[in-house]
Design a protein around this ligand. Structure first.
Ligand code: FEO
Length: 168
């Protein structure tokens, strides 16, 4: 059974949303590299790669369901920030937006009785919980570090130890 036109359009929007997140994280990585926070930069590169993989999961799923991939335009991302905390707060805002977008896609799939798409989306719903938690934890740590440069450098090192997610 092919995907409906409305789900096809919504999945294409979600592909754009994931590529846009990948673009934003790459821009955040470039900010961190510019100000010599190599650990935070590594975190953002990893996150950017993961978002690209998310976009490609939607891309492949849409093709598997007989849909047409129509990549939307991506806005230029912000590249200037005042502090690591500001970057991670922007990251959390972005993840919250991605979660909302996935929830509305899930609702549409439920409303249409497209249970294959409902099942496919479950991985993303769980993934968003993980992502919001890891960014939220980093925000808490950065707030605790405040303006203490040594504490922020320790967090930079901690960020460099992040491992890529498993793809299952
Ligand atoms: Fe793929 Fe972090 O949303």
């Amino acid at each position: 059974m092919n995907v409906s036109e409305s789900l096809e359009a919504a999945i294409n929007r979600q592909i754009g949303c994931e590529f846009s997140a990948a673009h934003c994280y790459l821009s955040m990585a470039s900010y961190f590299e510019r100000v010599a926070y190599d650990g935070f930069a590594a975190w953002m590169h990893l996150q950017s790669n993961e978002e690209r993989l998310h976009a490609m999961k939607f891309y492949e799923y849409l093709l598997d369901r007989g849909g047409v991939v129509q990549l939307p335009a991506i806005e230029a991302p912000r590249y200037e920030y005042g502090s690591p905390l500001e970057v991670f707060e922007a990251s959390l805002e972005q993840e919250n937006d991605v979660s909302k977008s996935i929830y509305s896609l899930y609702k549409l799939a439920m409303d249409e009785g497209d249970y294959a798409t409902v099942s496919f989306l479950k991985w993303f719903i769980d993934e968003q919980v993980e992502e919001e938690k890891s960014v939220g934890d980093m925000i808490d740590k950065l707030k605790r570090a405040g303006d203490n440069p040594e504490a922020i450098l320790l967090l930079d090192r901690y960020a460099s130890e992040r491992k890529p997610e498993s793809e299952d």
